[in-house]
Design a protein around this ligand. Structure first.
Ligand code: GAR
Length: 212
């Protein structure tokens, strides 16, 4: 059995994605340990979820920093003391700028099929409202490595769901979230097993290179 990968999870809100990761780890479906949760919002419910499971938490309020660089420096400083293998954005609403040791080691999940309905301002229910307003027939979710822009780094995995005629934001969000719950743990597990190879914008999944 390989060593669990050490995850740092960055949140801003409810922590539903965080909870999904906790549940997968507890069920033995994801070989990982969440070593720290950092929130950009003081009252984020995700902090409570983390504390319930004995996970160390830190708050770095975005509003306490005049500029993004200083805000990110504060986060990176905390990360250094936990030495995570991978940083996982889970409903984190600011632009995360990783320090040098973490470049290429930060994943995000977005509740739409990137490059549609993504970028600054597209988060949570706003994404699903935009999908319904536009009238597309398919939506879904995307796990990707981050780069210096919102929702724009190399794509690791995507999963599609139908948009139904009678969908509301809530029903569509629930259908997409069901897929998110499978996709993010899968992407993290692939990373942990060394099966992801980034070639420019393309992320190749190398099943053959893995230890068995
Ligand atoms: C998830 O659905 C995730 O895809 C989305 O936030 C939700 C988790 O937030 N992320 C984004 O929209 C990022 N652009 P929560 O943990 O606060 O419930």
């Amino acid at each position: 059995m390989s060593q669990p990968i050490k995850l740092a999870v960055l949140i801003s809100g409810n922590g539903t994605t965080l909870q999904n990761l906790i549940d997968h780890i507890q069920a033995g479906k994801l070989c990982a340990e969440i070593v720290v949760v950092i929130s950009s919002k003081p009252g984020a419910y995700g902090l409570v979820r983390a504390q319930r499971h004995g996970i160390p938490t830190h708050v770095v309020p975005r509003k306490a920093f005049a500029d993004l660089t200083r805000f990110n420096e504060a986060i990176n400083q905390i990360l250094h003391s936990y030495a995570p293998d991978l940083i996982v954005l889970a409903g984190f609403l600011s632009l995360f700028q990783p320090a040098e040791p973490y470049r290429g080691k930060v994943m995000n999940i977005h509740p739409a099929l990137i490059p549609a309905f993504c970028g600054k301002g597209y988060y949570g229910r706003r994404v699903h409202q935009a999908v319904l307003d536009y009238g597309v027939k398919i939506s879904g979710c995307t796990v990707h490595f981050i780069d210096e822009h919102y929702d724009s780094g190399p794509i690791i995995l995507q999963s599609a769901v139908p948009v139904k005629d009678d969908d509301t934001v809530e029903t569509l969000a629930a259908r997409v979230f069901q897929e998110e719950c499978k996709l993010y743990p899968r992407a993290i597990q692939l990373y942990a097993e060394g099966k992801l190879r980034v070639e420019g914008r393309r992320v190749k999944i190398c099943e053959d290179d893995a230890d068995t």
